[in-house]
Design a protein around this ligand. Sequence first.
Ligand code: NAD
Length: 251
Amino acid sequence: MSGTPVALVTGAARGIGLATTKRFLAMGWRVAMLDRDAAELAVAAGPLEQVLELPLDVSIPEEVARAVADTLSAFGRIDALVNNAGVADFGPIAETDFARWRTVMATNLDGVFLMSQACIPALSESRGAIVNIASISGLRASTLRVAYGTSKAAVMHLTRQQAVELGEHGIRANCVCPGPVRTKLAMAVHTQAIIDAYHDAIPLNRYGSEDEIAAVIAFLCSKDASYVTGQIVAADGGFEATGIGLPALRG
Ligand code: NAD
């Protein structure tokens, strides 16, 4: 195994995944950028150096296997896997039919399981790290998030399973729960009323940025976090810490 460290980032064509890619590049890492949106991936990766484009789907086992094989043949190693690809679908329980439920689970939960499993040999060799992206919607329940919130709560527990079982191979596994960030995913499901409610409920009184989430992800992948595993870190402006009364106290 030789060369500079390599991160495999899923959902890297835009939003938090693209910001995370750029942060790794700034740290001197190489990045395998995986996204099923091949056109958007090509636009995002075009101007970047030291990247590999993987126009693949994390929910399809054969494509997951190809992603890992292609990364290893291009770069020779994998030091960090960032399971960031995700889909959001907000709907009432009664209207969430099995197809909608499975669509959310396929990417948000099956994808994390499949990608992590496929990377174990390479991560064992590098004594690398997994960072899974969950959500504040997995920490606290809210309306309309039966599939999304449940998938993200499962990702948190899957992270602990990975940390406990893979620690003896020297692999660390941690989870980042972002608060709201104005990405395409969030803006498709956040109405103005939801945006206002988030501002009210968040102590820092604002949405986060892609870079603020990427910084936490990169830290957890880095050697600076070499004794941190099995942790769920909310990068959420304090959302998880609050109870009732915050808007009233602000005066
Ligand atoms: P985004 O929609 O901007 O980017 C997600 C990317 O993932 C897209 O490029 C999409 O093509 C890709 N993708 C989706 N399904 C895929 C699949 N099966 N295989 C490969 N690629 C796939 O979203 P984002 O806001 O940057 O979200 C990134 C992660 O952060 C997601 O897991 C999301 O649930 C989580 N998150 C986001 C927010 C937020 O407010 N934006 C809050 C909490 C958690």
